[in-house]
Design a protein around this ligand. Structure first.
Ligand code: ADP
Length: 397
Protein backbone atom coordinates (compact mmCIF):
# COMPACT_ATOMS: atom_id res chain seq x y z
CA UNK A 1 0.00 0.00 0.00
CA UNK A 2 1.53 3.38 -0.91
CA UNK A 3 1.94 6.00 1.77
CA UNK A 4 -0.65 8.23 0.08
CA UNK A 5 -3.36 5.60 0.63
CA UNK A 6 -2.10 4.45 4.00
CA UNK A 7 -4.52 5.18 6.82
CA UNK A 8 -3.07 7.22 9.61
CA UNK A 9 -3.54 6.50 13.30
CA UNK A 10 -2.44 9.14 15.75
CA UNK A 11 -1.54 7.40 19.02
CA UNK A 12 -1.12 9.65 22.06
CA UNK A 13 0.77 7.67 24.68
CA UNK A 14 3.87 8.16 26.82
CA UNK A 15 4.59 4.49 27.55
CA UNK A 16 7.30 3.18 25.20
CA UNK A 17 6.22 -0.49 25.42
CA UNK A 18 2.66 0.35 24.44
CA UNK A 19 3.89 2.63 21.65
CA UNK A 20 5.98 -0.20 20.20
CA UNK A 21 3.20 -2.78 20.59
CA UNK A 22 0.56 -0.68 18.85
CA UNK A 23 3.01 0.35 16.16
CA UNK A 24 3.85 -3.31 15.50
CA UNK A 25 0.28 -4.60 15.56
CA UNK A 26 -1.26 -1.83 13.48
CA UNK A 27 1.83 -1.35 11.30
CA UNK A 28 1.55 -5.01 10.28
CA UNK A 29 -1.98 -4.25 9.04
CA UNK A 30 -0.76 -1.44 6.82
CA UNK A 31 -1.57 1.52 9.08
CA UNK A 32 0.83 4.38 9.53
CA UNK A 33 1.06 4.94 13.30
CA UNK A 34 2.15 8.42 14.38
CA UNK A 35 3.17 8.70 18.01
CA UNK A 36 2.66 11.74 20.22
CA UNK A 37 4.27 11.58 23.67
CA UNK A 38 1.79 13.91 25.33
CA UNK A 39 -1.46 15.80 24.85
CA UNK A 40 -0.15 19.13 23.53
CA UNK A 41 2.07 17.46 20.90
CA UNK A 42 -0.86 15.19 19.97
CA UNK A 43 -3.00 18.27 19.38
CA UNK A 44 -0.29 19.90 17.23
CA UNK A 45 0.18 16.72 15.20
CA UNK A 46 -3.57 16.39 14.66
CA UNK A 47 -3.57 19.98 13.40
CA UNK A 48 -0.75 19.42 10.95
CA UNK A 49 -1.72 16.07 9.49
CA UNK A 50 -5.30 14.88 9.52
CA UNK A 51 -5.40 11.37 11.04
CA UNK A 52 -8.07 8.75 10.20
CA UNK A 53 -8.37 7.87 13.88
CA UNK A 54 -6.97 9.09 17.18
CA UNK A 55 -6.13 6.62 19.92
CA UNK A 56 -5.58 8.40 23.20
CA UNK A 57 -4.37 6.97 26.49
CA UNK A 58 -6.34 8.54 29.33
CA UNK A 59 -3.46 8.48 31.83
CA UNK A 60 -0.89 10.58 29.97
CA UNK A 61 1.05 13.22 31.94
CA UNK A 62 0.39 16.98 31.63
CA UNK A 63 -2.92 17.32 29.81
CA UNK A 64 -4.64 14.00 30.54
CA UNK A 65 -6.56 11.99 27.95
CA UNK A 66 -9.94 13.63 28.77
CA UNK A 67 -8.49 17.13 28.45
CA UNK A 68 -6.66 16.21 25.27
CA UNK A 69 -9.93 14.87 23.80
CA UNK A 70 -11.75 18.06 24.83
CA UNK A 71 -9.06 20.05 23.01
CA UNK A 72 -9.13 17.79 19.93
CA UNK A 73 -12.90 18.11 19.74
CA UNK A 74 -12.53 21.89 19.51
CA UNK A 75 -10.74 21.44 16.15
CA UNK A 76 -13.41 21.60 13.48
CA UNK A 77 -11.46 19.56 10.92
CA UNK A 78 -11.49 16.58 13.31
CA UNK A 79 -15.29 16.50 13.57
CA UNK A 80 -15.63 13.26 11.64
CA UNK A 81 -12.46 11.63 13.01
CA UNK A 82 -13.10 8.96 15.66
CA UNK A 83 -11.26 9.44 18.95
CA UNK A 84 -10.86 6.22 20.92
CA UNK A 85 -9.87 6.19 24.59
CA UNK A 86 -7.44 3.59 25.82
CA UNK A 87 -6.98 2.92 29.50
CA UNK A 88 -6.11 0.41 32.17
CA UNK A 89 -8.92 1.77 34.31
CA UNK A 90 -12.07 0.19 32.98
CA UNK A 91 -14.38 1.77 35.56
CA UNK A 92 -17.81 2.95 34.53
CA UNK A 93 -16.98 6.56 35.53
CA UNK A 94 -13.88 6.73 33.31
CA UNK A 95 -15.76 5.24 30.39
CA UNK A 96 -18.74 7.56 30.72
CA UNK A 97 -16.55 10.59 31.23
CA UNK A 98 -14.46 9.74 28.14
CA UNK A 99 -17.65 9.44 26.06
CA UNK A 100 -19.15 12.65 27.45
CA UNK A 101 -16.02 14.70 26.59
CA UNK A 102 -16.09 13.46 22.99
CA UNK A 103 -14.58 9.98 22.62
CA UNK A 104 -16.37 7.62 20.23
CA UNK A 105 -15.24 4.43 21.88
CA UNK A 106 -13.27 2.93 24.68
CA UNK A 107 -10.64 0.15 24.69
CA UNK A 108 -9.29 -1.44 27.83
CA UNK A 109 -5.65 -2.32 28.48
CA UNK A 110 -3.86 -4.68 28.30
CA UNK A 111 -4.21 -4.36 24.57
CA UNK A 112 -5.77 -7.39 22.92
CA UNK A 113 -3.51 -7.70 19.90
CA UNK A 114 -5.99 -9.81 17.95
CA UNK A 115 -8.94 -7.57 18.63
CA UNK A 116 -7.22 -4.18 18.24
CA UNK A 117 -6.94 -4.15 14.40
CA UNK A 118 -10.53 -5.33 14.10
CA UNK A 119 -11.82 -2.63 16.44
CA UNK A 120 -9.74 0.09 14.78
CA UNK A 121 -11.07 -0.93 11.35
CA UNK A 122 -14.65 -0.83 12.71
CA UNK A 123 -14.23 2.68 14.15
CA UNK A 124 -12.67 3.96 10.93
CA UNK A 125 -15.58 2.41 9.03
CA UNK A 126 -18.07 4.36 11.16
CA UNK A 127 -18.69 2.50 14.41
CA UNK A 128 -19.61 4.94 17.19
CA UNK A 129 -20.30 3.69 20.71
CA UNK A 130 -22.92 5.54 22.67
CA UNK A 131 -23.33 6.58 26.27
CA UNK A 132 -25.58 4.27 28.25
CA UNK A 133 -29.13 5.55 28.65
CA UNK A 134 -28.80 5.66 32.43
CA UNK A 135 -25.96 8.19 32.32
CA UNK A 136 -26.75 11.64 33.62
CA UNK A 137 -24.58 13.56 31.14
CA UNK A 138 -25.00 16.86 32.93
CA UNK A 139 -23.68 15.52 36.21
CA UNK A 140 -20.73 13.76 34.49
CA UNK A 141 -19.90 17.06 32.79
CA UNK A 142 -20.26 18.97 36.05
CA UNK A 143 -17.85 16.61 37.82
CA UNK A 144 -15.42 16.89 34.88
CA UNK A 145 -15.63 20.69 34.93
CA UNK A 146 -15.09 20.71 38.64
CA UNK A 147 -11.95 18.62 38.25
CA UNK A 148 -10.71 20.83 35.41
CA UNK A 149 -11.09 23.95 37.49
CA UNK A 150 -9.32 22.33 40.43
CA UNK A 151 -6.42 21.31 38.20
CA UNK A 152 -6.33 24.78 36.70
CA UNK A 153 -6.30 26.36 40.15
CA UNK A 154 -3.46 24.08 41.23
CA UNK A 155 -1.50 24.92 38.05
CA UNK A 156 -1.99 28.67 38.56
CA UNK A 157 -0.68 28.29 42.13
CA UNK A 158 2.36 26.35 40.93
CA UNK A 159 3.05 28.87 38.16
CA UNK A 160 2.74 31.82 40.53
CA UNK A 161 5.17 30.17 42.96
CA UNK A 162 7.59 29.35 40.11
CA UNK A 163 7.28 32.90 38.82
CA UNK A 164 8.03 34.39 42.24
CA UNK A 165 11.09 32.16 42.52
CA UNK A 166 12.29 33.17 39.05
CA UNK A 167 11.84 36.84 39.87
CA UNK A 168 13.90 36.40 43.01
CA UNK A 169 16.64 34.59 41.07
CA UNK A 170 16.53 37.27 38.40
CA UNK A 171 16.91 39.92 41.08
CA UNK A 172 19.91 38.07 42.57
CA UNK A 173 21.48 37.73 39.14
CA UNK A 174 21.02 41.44 38.47
CA UNK A 175 22.55 42.32 41.83
CA UNK A 176 25.47 40.01 41.13
CA UNK A 177 26.07 41.55 37.70
CA UNK A 178 25.89 45.08 39.11
CA UNK A 179 28.30 44.26 41.93
CA UNK A 180 30.65 42.51 39.56
CA UNK A 181 30.62 45.38 37.07
CA UNK A 182 31.25 47.94 39.83
CA UNK A 183 34.04 45.85 41.31
CA UNK A 184 35.69 45.50 37.91
CA UNK A 185 35.21 49.11 36.93
CA UNK A 186 37.12 50.61 39.85
CA UNK A 187 40.48 48.88 39.15
CA UNK A 188 39.91 49.29 35.40
CA UNK A 189 39.54 53.05 35.80
CA UNK A 190 42.90 53.30 37.53
CA UNK A 191 44.53 51.03 34.93
CA UNK A 192 43.17 53.19 32.13
CA UNK A 193 44.28 56.33 33.97
CA UNK A 194 47.88 55.14 34.12
CA UNK A 195 47.82 53.98 30.50
CA UNK A 196 46.66 57.47 29.58
CA UNK A 197 49.59 59.02 31.51
CA UNK A 198 52.03 56.73 29.69
CA UNK A 199 50.35 57.52 26.39
CA UNK A 200 50.71 61.26 26.93
CA UNK A 201 54.38 60.84 27.83
CA UNK A 202 53.80 62.11 31.36
CA UNK A 203 55.62 59.18 32.95
CA UNK A 204 58.79 59.46 30.89
CA UNK A 205 59.69 58.98 27.27
CA UNK A 206 58.71 55.67 25.72
CA UNK A 207 60.28 53.83 22.83
CA UNK A 208 58.23 53.28 19.66
CA UNK A 209 57.49 49.67 20.51
CA UNK A 210 56.45 50.66 24.06
CA UNK A 211 54.18 53.30 22.54
CA UNK A 212 52.62 50.71 20.25
CA UNK A 213 52.08 48.37 23.19
CA UNK A 214 50.44 51.17 25.19
CA UNK A 215 48.07 51.85 22.31
CA UNK A 216 47.02 48.20 22.19
CA UNK A 217 46.52 48.22 25.96
CA UNK A 218 44.42 51.36 25.72
CA UNK A 219 42.20 49.92 23.01
CA UNK A 220 41.65 46.69 24.96
CA UNK A 221 40.97 48.69 28.13
CA UNK A 222 38.46 50.89 26.29
CA UNK A 223 36.69 47.80 24.95
CA UNK A 224 36.48 46.34 28.44
CA UNK A 225 35.20 49.63 29.83
CA UNK A 226 32.56 49.79 27.09
CA UNK A 227 31.39 46.22 27.86
CA UNK A 228 31.15 46.96 31.57
CA UNK A 229 29.39 50.19 30.85
CA UNK A 230 26.81 48.38 28.71
CA UNK A 231 26.29 45.74 31.37
CA UNK A 232 25.76 48.32 34.11
CA UNK A 233 23.55 50.49 31.94
CA UNK A 234 21.44 47.49 30.94
CA UNK A 235 21.05 46.42 34.58
CA UNK A 236 19.87 49.89 35.51
CA UNK A 237 17.42 50.26 32.62
CA UNK A 238 14.51 48.65 34.46
CA UNK A 239 14.66 51.05 37.35
CA UNK A 240 16.13 54.00 35.54
CA UNK A 241 14.02 57.04 34.75
CA UNK A 242 15.03 59.30 31.92
CA UNK A 243 15.21 63.02 32.59
CA UNK A 244 14.46 64.84 29.40
CA UNK A 245 15.74 68.38 29.12
CA UNK A 246 16.57 70.70 26.25
CA UNK A 247 20.03 69.82 24.97
CA UNK A 248 22.08 70.71 21.92
CA UNK A 249 23.08 67.37 20.35
CA UNK A 250 26.23 68.83 18.73
CA UNK A 251 27.50 69.82 22.16
CA UNK A 252 26.67 66.65 24.04
CA UNK A 253 28.14 64.48 21.27
CA UNK A 254 31.34 66.51 20.75
CA UNK A 255 33.61 64.40 22.99
CA UNK A 256 32.19 61.12 21.68
CA UNK A 257 32.92 62.21 18.13
CA UNK A 258 36.49 63.10 19.00
CA UNK A 259 36.98 59.64 20.57
CA UNK A 260 35.57 57.85 17.54
CA UNK A 261 37.65 60.01 15.18
CA UNK A 262 40.75 58.78 17.02
CA UNK A 263 39.56 55.21 16.88
CA UNK A 264 38.78 55.46 13.16
CA UNK A 265 42.27 56.79 12.49
CA UNK A 266 43.85 53.95 14.48
CA UNK A 267 41.78 51.28 12.78
CA UNK A 268 42.08 52.84 9.31
CA UNK A 269 38.46 53.68 8.73
CA UNK A 270 37.01 56.76 7.12
CA UNK A 271 34.77 58.57 9.62
CA UNK A 272 32.56 61.52 8.90
CA UNK A 273 30.25 63.27 11.36
CA UNK A 274 27.74 65.63 9.76
CA UNK A 275 25.97 67.55 12.48
CA UNK A 276 24.83 70.75 10.75
CA UNK A 277 22.76 73.23 12.73
CA UNK A 278 20.44 71.30 14.99
CA UNK A 279 17.90 73.02 17.21
CA UNK A 280 17.84 71.93 20.87
CA UNK A 281 15.87 68.77 21.55
CA UNK A 282 14.25 67.35 24.69
CA UNK A 283 16.43 64.38 25.55
CA UNK A 284 18.21 62.59 28.35
CA UNK A 285 21.89 63.51 27.80
CA UNK A 286 23.41 60.27 29.05
CA UNK A 287 20.81 58.21 27.18
CA UNK A 288 21.56 60.04 23.94
CA UNK A 289 25.30 59.59 24.41
CA UNK A 290 24.97 55.90 25.26
CA UNK A 291 22.82 55.38 22.16
CA UNK A 292 25.23 57.10 19.74
CA UNK A 293 28.23 55.37 21.35
CA UNK A 294 26.65 51.94 20.85
CA UNK A 295 25.70 52.62 17.22
CA UNK A 296 29.13 54.02 16.32
CA UNK A 297 30.89 51.25 18.23
CA UNK A 298 29.02 48.63 16.20
CA UNK A 299 29.57 50.47 12.92
CA UNK A 300 33.33 50.51 13.56
CA UNK A 301 33.49 46.97 14.91
CA UNK A 302 31.72 45.50 11.92
CA UNK A 303 33.46 47.49 9.20
CA UNK A 304 36.78 46.15 7.93
CA UNK A 305 39.82 48.39 7.42
CA UNK A 306 39.48 50.81 4.55
CA UNK A 307 35.72 51.07 4.99
CA UNK A 308 33.75 54.14 6.05
CA UNK A 309 31.41 55.11 8.83
CA UNK A 310 29.16 58.13 8.83
CA UNK A 311 27.08 59.84 11.49
CA UNK A 312 24.52 62.35 10.27
CA UNK A 313 21.90 64.41 12.08
CA UNK A 314 18.94 65.77 10.11
CA UNK A 315 16.94 68.46 11.75
CA UNK A 316 13.23 68.60 10.95
CA UNK A 317 10.55 70.78 12.57
CA UNK A 318 8.78 67.85 14.24
CA UNK A 319 11.63 65.39 14.69
CA UNK A 320 15.34 64.79 14.79
CA UNK A 321 16.70 62.03 12.56
CA UNK A 322 20.00 60.40 13.48
CA UNK A 323 21.67 58.09 10.98
CA UNK A 324 24.67 55.87 11.56
CA UNK A 325 25.82 54.30 8.33
CA UNK A 326 28.68 51.96 7.57
CA UNK A 327 30.13 50.08 4.61
CA UNK A 328 30.76 46.98 6.72
CA UNK A 329 29.80 43.32 6.74
CA UNK A 330 26.03 44.01 6.85
CA UNK A 331 23.27 41.95 8.50
CA UNK A 332 21.21 39.24 6.81
CA UNK A 333 17.42 39.94 6.77
CA UNK A 334 16.58 37.10 9.20
CA UNK A 335 18.70 38.74 11.92
CA UNK A 336 17.60 42.33 11.44
CA UNK A 337 14.74 42.26 13.97
CA UNK A 338 16.46 39.96 16.46
CA UNK A 339 19.63 42.03 16.88
CA UNK A 340 17.62 44.42 19.08
CA UNK A 341 16.94 41.65 21.60
CA UNK A 342 19.18 41.57 24.70
CA UNK A 343 22.23 39.29 24.29
CA UNK A 344 21.46 38.49 20.63
CA UNK A 345 24.49 38.38 18.34
CA UNK A 346 24.61 37.26 14.72
CA UNK A 347 27.84 35.44 15.52
CA UNK A 348 27.46 34.16 19.06
CA UNK A 349 30.47 31.83 18.98
CA UNK A 350 33.26 32.54 21.44
CA UNK A 351 35.64 32.50 18.49
CA UNK A 352 33.98 35.56 16.87
CA UNK A 353 36.38 38.26 15.89
CA UNK A 354 34.66 41.18 17.62
CA UNK A 355 34.13 41.74 21.34
CA UNK A 356 30.61 42.34 22.57
CA UNK A 357 27.88 41.14 24.86
CA UNK A 358 24.86 41.70 22.65
CA UNK A 359 23.45 44.50 24.82
CA UNK A 360 24.27 47.60 22.76
CA UNK A 361 21.23 47.58 20.48
CA UNK A 362 18.85 46.47 23.26
CA UNK A 363 19.95 49.58 25.14
CA UNK A 364 19.58 51.72 22.01
CA UNK A 365 16.02 50.53 21.48
CA UNK A 366 15.09 51.05 25.12
CA UNK A 367 16.49 54.58 25.17
CA UNK A 368 14.84 55.48 21.86
CA UNK A 369 11.45 54.19 23.04
CA UNK A 370 11.84 56.12 26.30
CA UNK A 371 12.08 59.23 24.10
CA UNK A 372 8.93 58.22 22.20
CA UNK A 373 11.00 57.47 19.09
CA UNK A 374 11.76 54.59 16.74
CA UNK A 375 14.91 52.86 15.61
CA UNK A 376 15.14 50.89 12.38
CA UNK A 377 17.85 49.20 10.36
CA UNK A 378 18.45 48.75 6.65
CA UNK A 379 21.24 46.46 5.75
CA UNK A 380 22.58 44.09 3.12
CA UNK A 381 25.24 41.47 3.75
CA UNK A 382 28.59 42.55 2.35
CA UNK A 383 27.33 46.05 1.55
CA UNK A 384 26.85 47.73 4.92
CA UNK A 385 24.19 48.87 7.38
CA UNK A 386 22.26 52.00 8.15
CA UNK A 387 20.62 52.52 11.54
CA UNK A 388 18.06 55.30 11.69
CA UNK A 389 16.79 56.79 14.93
CA UNK A 390 13.81 59.13 14.80
CA UNK A 391 13.20 61.24 17.91
CA UNK A 392 10.00 63.29 17.98
CA UNK A 393 10.45 66.88 19.04
CA UNK A 394 7.27 67.00 21.10
CA UNK A 395 7.57 63.76 23.01
CA UNK A 396 4.45 62.92 24.95
CA UNK A 397 6.57 61.30 27.70
P1 ADP B 1 27.31 43.59 20.48
O1 ADP B 1 27.80 44.56 19.45
O2 ADP B 1 27.83 43.87 21.85
O3 ADP B 1 27.48 42.16 20.07
P2 ADP B 1 24.69 44.75 19.91
O4 ADP B 1 23.40 44.58 20.64
O5 ADP B 1 25.22 46.14 19.81
O6 ADP B 1 25.72 43.79 20.63
O7 ADP B 1 24.54 44.15 18.45
C1 ADP B 1 23.99 42.87 18.31
C2 ADP B 1 24.52 42.20 17.05
O8 ADP B 1 24.02 42.88 15.90
C3 ADP B 1 26.03 42.24 16.89
O9 ADP B 1 26.66 41.20 17.62
C4 ADP B 1 26.16 42.07 15.38
O10 ADP B 1 26.04 40.70 15.05
C5 ADP B 1 24.95 42.81 14.84
N1 ADP B 1 25.28 44.20 14.43
C6 ADP B 1 24.99 45.33 15.12
N2 ADP B 1 25.38 46.42 14.44
C7 ADP B 1 25.94 45.96 13.29
C8 ADP B 1 26.55 46.62 12.16
N3 ADP B 1 26.65 47.96 12.07
N4 ADP B 1 27.00 45.83 11.15
C9 ADP B 1 26.89 44.47 11.22
N5 ADP B 1 26.33 43.80 12.25
C10 ADP B 1 25.87 44.54 13.29
Amino acid sequence: MSEAQQQKILYIEDNRDNQRLVQRVLGARGYLVLIAEDGPSGVSMARESLPDLVLVDLAIPGLDGYETTTRLRSLAHLDAVPIIALTADGSFTSRERAMVVGCDGYLIKPIDTRQLPVQIAEFIAGRRDTISASTDEASVLRAYNQQLVERLEQRVRELSAANAELQELDQLKSQFLSTLSHELRTPLTSLLGYIELFDRGMLGKLSDSQNDAIKVMRRSGDTLAQQLNNLLYFQELRTRSFHLRAIRPQESLRQIIVNFQERAAETRLGFEARMGEVAPIQADPSGLEQMIRSLLDNAMKFTPQGGRVRLALHDEPSRLIIRVEDSGIGIAPEHQEKIFLPFYQVDSSLARSQPGSGLGLAIVRHVVHAHGGQVTVRSAPGKGSMFTVVLPRSSSR
